[in-house]
Design a protein around this ligand. Structure first.
Ligand code: PTR
Ligand code: PTR
Length: 288
């Protein structure tokens, strides 16, 4: 409750945004050398968005090298025993779709969260990396079959079966797409965004493997979602929410998470409103 008062004061005075503007976008001590290697450059959607070497996802069994523009991001919720694990990544390119699904397979992930549409204002933001409903996409040693597709509000929920043809291993994958959120911008409605985040939390209940989250670059909108989910979990665990510390922790794992001050303001306001309206509240087992 104390940290929520600080949050409200910081929003009102502008101090919250001023502190955000001071924070490094990349941790200066961390390198991103792998992304610059000649054989890897074409695997980056944007020249200026590179994964740190220390937290990058290393593909173990890919025919196309071990590099993908993706980082492990772990967010600990003190006092609850929870660590929310993510892989934050760019929207796949046509040339990296097989790498993307190989990553999902190797990480044991069952949840993919997509925060972009394929095209925005006439520009390609993400390649369509899944098959149409009832169809199967074949990628090197993998097949992906679409078994369900449901539109709710501005969300699309899909189910896939991912299969490794070499080993016969099969996995059910839930795909959750948020469709009304342009890059560099903010969602049109905090309530809808909070609901979507709650759906993501529900979908990962009991799952320790990382949720794969992407937008176009995999930094702006992806960062906003990770901050929101972390804050909701902290509130439930009756822990203080210090948004700048959360951004710093995210940026120590993937550079540039949360793209600009308006996204930061949006998510801080959403956290505060979710708390004020009782949408997010301490669970009895964590209340003292
Ligand atoms: N990596 C390319 C560059 O830096 O110029 C960018 C690129 C963007 C390449 C989109 C291909 C793209 O198309 P698609 O998303 O359909 O693969
Ligand atoms: N060089 C690109 C640009 O600044 O437009 C990189 C970029 C693209 C950065 C999209 C962030 C973007 O948003 P998001 O991470 O939400 O897809």
């Amino acid at each position: 409750a104390q940290s929520m008062l600080l949050l409200a004061d910081g929003l009102a005075s502008g101090a919250l945004i001023a502190q955000y503007e001071q924070l490094y976008r990349k941790n200066p001590e961390l390198t991103s050398l792998e992304s610059k290697k000649p054989e890897n450059q074409s695997k980056n959607r944007y020249r200026d968005i590179s994964p740190y070497d220390v937290t990058r996802v290393i593909l173990m069994r890919s025919a196309n090298g071990d590099y993908i523009n993706a980082n492990y991001v772990n967010m600990e919720i003190p006092g609850s025993g929870i660590i929310n694990r993510y892989i934050a990544t760019q929207g796949p390119l046509s040339s990296t779709v097989a790498d993307f699904w190989q990553m999902v397979l190797e990480a044991g992930s069952t949840l993919v969260v997509m925060l972009t549409t394929l095209v925005e204002r006439g520009r390609a933001k993400c390649h369509q990396y899944w098959p149409a409903y009832n169809e199967t996409l074949t990628l090197r040693n993998l097949t992906l079959t679409s078994t369900a597709e449901n539109l709710e509000d501005t969300f699309i929920f899909r189910e896939f079966i991912l299969r490794d043809v070499n080993t016969g291993e099969e996995r059910d994958i839930t795909h959750m797409q948020y469709c009304s959120w342009p890059d560099h911008g903010v969602p049109s409605d905090w309530r809808q965004f909070t609901m979507f985040t709650e759906r993501v939390r529900a979908a990962r209940t009991g799952i320790v493997e990382p949720a794969v989250v992407h937008c176009s670059a995999g930094i702006g909108r992806t960062g906003v979602l990770v901050l929101m989910e972390t804050a909701l979990c902290l509130i439930e665990a009756n822990q203080p929410v210090y948004p700048l510390d959360i951004v710093r922790s995210m940026r120590d794992q993937r550079a540039m998470m949360i793209q600009n001050a308006s996204q930061y303001r949006f998510v801080c306001e959403a956290v505060h409103k979710a708390y004020s309206e009782g949408i997010a509240k301490p669970l009895p087992e964590f209340s003292r």
